[in-house]
Design a protein around this ligand. Structure first.
Ligand SMILES: NC(=O)c1ccc[n+]([C@@H]2O[C@H](COP(=O)([O-])OP(=O)(O)OC[C@H]3O[C@@H](n4cnc5c(N)ncnc54)[C@H](OP(=O)(O)O)[C@@H]3O)[C@@H](O)[C@H]2O)c1
Length: 251
């Protein structure tokens, strides 16, 4: 199912790899013009652009570190070039240090929160005046916001904060016509798993335990995000859409 995003300008933070890349591609194929943000992974960014050119998709790259002033300034410049303002933001960019509590430092904490939560706050603050009155913001969270996941305490806490911020903004921005919602993907096999302990064993276990008997894909998460950014979701505000194939159901 493809929801039309024709004529919409949408910013995807962390939009060149993993789930963000699938969102950039899916949204552009649904007719949107995408600003796809990244910071270090030039190869992935270049390959996304090449694919977009091949398929004649409207995807523009925006290199910007969202944790520093310069990067946020770059992001503003990228969005300023869009005709007709901004109709959507999907905050996919995330980072994190996956260690047990004893090995975590305040530096790890600040690093994680600066991207996962503070940049969501900062990006919206800076771009709010550019939003069209029928805008949609989606915060990509994770199950660690509400469940205990091994070696995930600081990332989980940052996602909990992200969700709380998104719900408060949902109420405050709704009168301006801007909807804010949350997506919680189940485990998706992306490069992010490379830094997690016992990744392959855990992914196999998660797939076997899921009612779907497999992991969800980045494209399935992208489809859910496209619904939330489409006009079909115009009455959906402050909700959390879990895209995990039923893996999180208590059985
Ligand atoms: N994969 C999963 O199983 C899973 C499950 C639940 C939720 N999620 C959530 O889904 C989202 C995407 O996850 P993923 O697995 O696709 O992640 P990923 O493959 O690690 O991609 C992370 C993206 O964030 C960008 N990024 C990192 N630091 C940045 C910064 N300072 N400024 C701007 N962009 C930055 C990266 O850009 P560069 O390429 O330039 O580094 C990359 O595009 C995250 O919010 C994650 O928490 C993932």
């Amino acid at each position: 199912m493809t929801y039309s995003l024709q004529g919409k300008n949408i910013l995807v933070t962390g939009g060149t790899r993993g789930i963000g890349r699938a969102i950039s591609l899916h949204f552009a194929r649904a007719g949107a013009t995408i600003v796809s943000n990244y910071v270090r992974g030039q190869k992935a960014a270049d390959s996304l652009l090449a694919l977009a050119q091949q398929e004649q998709l409207q995807i523009r790259l925006c290199r910007a570190d969202l944790t520093i002033e310069n990067g946020l300034h770059n992001l503003e410049q990228c969005v300023a070039g869009l005709k007709g303002g901004l109709h959507g933001l999907v905050h996919c960019a995330a980072t994190g240090v996956h260690k047990p509590f004893d090995e975590l430092t305040l530096r790890h904490y600040d690093w994680t929160f600066s991207l996962n939560v503070r940049s969501f706050f900062d990006v919206i603050k800076r771009l709010l005046s550019r939003f069209s009155p029928e805008g949609s913001i989606v915060a990509v969270s994770s199950q660690g916001a509400s469940r205990v996941v091994p070696a995930y305490s600081v990332v989980g806490a940052s996602k909990g904060a992200l969700e709380a911020l998104a719900r408060h903004l949902a109420v405050e921005l709704a009168p301006r016509g801007i909807r804010v919602n949350i997506i919680v993907p189940g485990a998706v096999a992306t490069e992010a798993w490379a830094s997690m302990p016992d990744a392959q064993t855990r992914l196999t276990e998660l797939a076997n335990r899921s009612p779907l008997r497999r992991l969800v894909t980045a494209d399935e998460v992208a489809q859910a995000a496209s619904f939330l950014c489409s006009d079909a979701a115009r009455a959906i505000i402050g909700q959390t859409l879990i895209v995990d194939g039923g893996a999180g159901l208590p059985v």
